[in-house]
Design a protein around this ligand. Structure first.
Ligand SMILES: Cc1ncc(COP(=O)(O)O)c(C=O)c1O
Length: 384
């Protein structure tokens, strides 16, 4: 039986050689390779400042910290996201306020954001779900009206574009993830980008224990032993060993996205006539990064639910996932923030029906065909 895992990273010999060279150099942690990687991120995204960190979670937290988000503040975000988005708000002791999604794109709805604004609202975190940018024009307009900071959680969206501009550069701060299944990987890693020079000057020390100069240089022969801690910072820096992987991955990013788009196209065609399956909706003026390919099942037409459908896929050697279990359905957030079932009906409705299926550059056309054929077969066998 063919096996198609949910995702596999694509690591070439260039990445392996670069990592080996870094290991042999004796300089393992943050240093020249991390700096070089930051420059490549800046160049790729056409943005003034990139700070490489050890996860997107760290980048999101830094975006909150540098914006002065604190206890008593409210930050609006989507229920259909990974826990890190809301954790970043909670780390600052602020309150995450959820605004329901637009069911077509699974992105946060701008009109729902507007309904949730209070005198305590200080920021919005817009998650570009699956690699499709949110309606940033509407979100930025709301933010301007209410004087709010806007952060893009672009964990899925490195390389995506809205009206020709890169996702992550469409608001005050953009946060990327380089986790193994993301558009590019550094094993674990992330970055925060901004065109705000003043904020960038604060972000760098915040990402490295609050030390107010290029901390890594103090171990360099030309560096000085002297440093000062000027703020309460975090140990979020990206080591050179990991940045070495990123240096090559970013060179391959556009090729990776083209390969993902090709698989998406193949799936779109395969499911075009299947009435039990809804394929992703792509808005105009968007370049989709195709980090995820979510299908929505029409449960009225099927005898099995989403979980059993995934079970059938697994039996056929196909890895699947669900993005995401809505935030308000997790016990911690319910207990801590008082969320209730039924509060965000659109996110819940999507959650009941969604399956994210394999899509990554390492997949062959035959792999995609195998996945599509099996989905169609399971749907046919379980039709009401
Ligand atoms: C929407 C979203 N935000 C943030 C993160 C956190 O990324 P990282 O694992 O790099 O911290 C993820 C990870 O999957 C994510 O999906």
């Amino acid at each position: 039986m063919r096996k198609v895992p949910f995702c596999l990273p694509w690591i070439g010999k260039e990445e392996i050689e670069e990592v080996a060279q870094t290991l042999k150099s004796g300089w393992l942690t943050t240093g020249p390779k991390a700096k070089q990687f930051e420059e490549k991120l800046q160049e790729y995204n056409k943005i003034g400042n990139a700070i490489a960190v050890n996860s997107c979670t760290a980048a999101l937290h830094l975006s909150m910290a540098v914006s002065g988000i604190k206890q008593g503040d409210e930050v609006i975000t989507t229920p259909l996201t990974f826990c890190s988005t809301v954790n970043a708000i909670l780390y600052q002791r602020a309150r995450p306020v959820l605004a329901d999604i637009d069911e077509r794109t699974c992105n946060i709805s701008a009109s729902e954001i507007e309904k949730r604004i209070t005198g305590k609202t200080k920021a919005i975190i817009a998650v570009h779900y699956g690699g499709q940018p949110c309606d940033m024009k509407a979100i930025n307009e709301i933010a301007k009206k209410h004087n709010l900071v806007v952060v893009e959680d672009a964990a899925h969206a490195l390389g995506a574009e809205l009206e020709g501009k890169k996702a992550g550069t469409l608001a005050d701060f953009g946060c990327f993830s380089f986790y193994p299944i993301k558009n590019i990987t550094t094993a674990e890693g992330g970055a925060i980008v901004t065109d705000n020079k003043e904020a960038a000057e604060k972000l760098r020390p915040l990402s490295y224990c609050g030390i107010n100069k290029d901390a890594w240089k103090r171990y360099d022969a030309k560096g000085s032993w002297y440093y000062e801690v000027a703020a309460l910072g975090f140990k979020y820096n990206m080591p050179d060993v990991l940045a070495s992987i990123g240096l090559w991955q970013i060179e391959k990013l556009d090729e990776f996205i083209r390969a993902r788009a090709k698989i998406a196209e193949q799936y779109n065609k395969a499911f075009a006539e299947a009435e039990e399956i809804t394929t992703p909706f792509v808005k105009e003026k968007v370049k989709h990064a195709w980090h995820l390919y979510p299908i929505l099942l029409d449960l009225e037409k099927l005898k099995i639910n989403r979980s059993r459908f995934i079970g059938e896929m697994n039996k056929r050697g196909i890895g699947c996932s669900v993005h995401f279990i809505p935030i308000h359905m997790h016990p911690y957030y319910r207990e801590e923030l008082g969320f209730k079932q039924g509060q965000f009906p659109k996110a819940e409705n999507v959650f009941e029906r969604i399956i994210t299926i394999p899509i990554y550059p390492k997949m062959s056309g035959e792999d995609a065909e195998y996945v599509a054929e099996n989905i169609l077969q399971i749907a046919k066998e379980n039709k009401k």
